[in-house]
Design a protein around this ligand. Structure first.
Ligand code: NDP
Length: 246
């Protein structure tokens, strides 16, 4: 079955990692999907080629989430190419970690621009096009509520911002039949946080199920929220962390 047939989605940061798994899952569920990326054009085009071969409607858009004009243009282009917009997944983010005394002004600017302002702008622009049944899905982090190691205060701040934004906006969108939720993954094996990297064994030990998550597992929760069955979930912070914060 293709529960998202006829729907159009935009996934920010969809060329690799969790974002790519979300793109693949939404496509499999029948949606037409546009996704953004910042730098890795080859990875983005390879994903488009793989999915197009499977007869999907997929579009890659170069758009740095830290650039307000680029974000607005990505939303508009999705609407132009696919004719509507039903689902926005705010996934793009960066994680520069360091003790706060070593965090530079440029790190603060960039993290806030990509992880926070990019989400606010994409959401605002997408809402100009969304009707009943619309879905905003933010990819936050379990680090908004639980940070059992040093060096992640700025990252945790940006993810905490998504939680508050989600709660506040749910109250504006409910009457319009649009939901907004904040998915909070624990450690997921990607380029950002490789299970085989130096922090892998330590993080694995903090997870109740004793492993990293797979990007496709996040894709499954996003697909649920995006579908008709997700209609009664809104304003929620949803942990998907293998018990990391249990
Ligand atoms: P990756 O770094 O592996 O992938 C990031 C993706 O976002 C890539 O497609 C990248 O494209 C794109 N991207 C990066 N910067 C920008 C930007 N400025 N503008 C547009 N696109 C951008 O990250 P993950 O897949 O691990 O993370 C995805 C989301 O999940 C993030 O919000 C992250 O904070 C969150 N998360 C991840 C966890 C983990 O353990 N992995 C845990 C909890 C939350 P390009 O190749 O062009 O750079």
């Amino acid at each position: 079955s293709r529960p998202l047939a006829g729907k159009v989605a935009l996934v920010t940061g969809g060329s690799r990692g969790i974002g790519a798994a979300i793109v693949e899952r939404l496509v499999r569920d029948g949606a037409a999907v546009a996704f953004t990326y910042a730098g890795a054009k080859d990875r983005a085009e390879a994903l488009v080629a793989a999915l197009t071969a499977a007869d999907a409607r997929v579009l890659a858009i170069a758009a740095d989430s830290g650039d307000v004009d680029a974000v607005r243009a990505a939303v508009d282009r999705t609407r132009e190419v696919f004719g509507r917009l039903d689902i926005l997944v705010n996934n793009a983010a960066i994680a520069r970690t360091a003790p706060l005394v070593d965090v530079g002004d440029d790190d603060i600017e960039r993290m806030l621009a990509v992880n926070v302002r990019g989400v606010v702008v994409a959401t605002r622009e997408a809402l100009r096009h969304m009707g009943r049944g619309g879905r905003i899905i933010n990819i936050g982090s379990i680090n908004s509520e639980y940070v059992p190691f040093p060096g992640a205060s700025l990252y945790a701040l940006t993810k905490g911002a998504l939680s508050g934004f989600t709660h506040g906006l749910a109250r504006e969108l409910g009457a319009r039949g649009i939901t907004i939720n904040n998915v909070q993954p624990g450690p997921v094996d990607t380029d950002m946080n490789p299970a085989a990297g130096p922090n892998g064994p330590y993080l694995t030990g903090l997870v109740a199920v004793q492993r990293f998550g797979h990007a496709r597992e996040i894709g499954g929760l996003v697909a649920y929220l995006a579908g008709d069955e997700g209609a009664y979930v809104t304003g929620a912070d949803l942990r998907i962390d293998g018990g990391f914060a249990a």
